[in-house]
Design a protein around this ligand. Sequence first.
Ligand SMILES: Nc1nc2c(c(=O)[nH]1)N[C@H]1C(S)=C(S)[C@@H](COP(=O)(O)O)O[C@H]1N2
Ligand SMILES: [Mo]
Length: 169
Amino acid sequence: MTRFNLLFRPAPWALFVLIGAFCLAAGTGFGQITISGEVTKPLTLQAADLKALPHTEVTGKDRDGKEHKYAGVPLADLLKLAGATMGGELRGENLMKYVVVKAIDGYETLYALPELDADFATRTIILADSVDGSPLPSGVGPYRIVVPGEKKPARWVREVKSIEVRFAK
Ligand SMILES: Nc1nc2c(c(=O)[nH]1)N[C@H]1C(S)=C(S)[C@@H](COP(=O)(O)O)O[C@H]1N2
Ligand SMILES: [Mo]
C-alpha cells in the first residue's frame, strides 16, 4: 500500500503546471466572442472591441421579478459587422437562417435571423455587458443575451462565448 502511494504520488511541481495550464486555458477565452458560420467576415471580438461598440439599453424582468436596466450591443449590430444577411438582404432564402448562441457551460439556444433584425422585430435582443450600470457578475457575464418581453428567461444565455449563423436547409 505504501509502495503504491509512493509510486503514484505526483511530483509537487506537477500541481503548479496543472494550475498554470488551467489559468491559461480559462484566460484565453475570457471575454472573447466569436461570430462564425453563414457570414462573409467571421470575427473574434475582444472585450475592448465590444466595449467600443454602440450600446443600447433595454429593461427586463430578472429572476427576482423586478425590472432591471441591461446595456449591451444589439445582436443585429454584431451580425452586421460579421457580414450576415441583415436589413435589405434579409429576404428569400435568407429568411431560413438562424443564429445559435453558445455558452461556456455548453448551453445553447437559437433565434431566427428575422427575430434579430430591426426591420422585422419590435424588440431589440442584446448581448448585455452590464446590469443597472454594473458589470454582470461572474457566472452570468461578462456577456449575457437579454431578450426583452419574453415570458421565460430560458434564452437569456449566460456566459456567452460564440454566435453562429446557420441555414435551416
Ligand atoms: N449558460 C447558460 N445560460 C442559461 C442557462 C444555462 O443553463 N446555462 N439556463 C437558462 C434558463 S433555462 C433560465 S430559466 C435562465 C435562468 O436565469 P437566472 O439564472 O438569471 O435566473 O437562464 C438561462 N440561461
Ligand atoms: Mo429555465
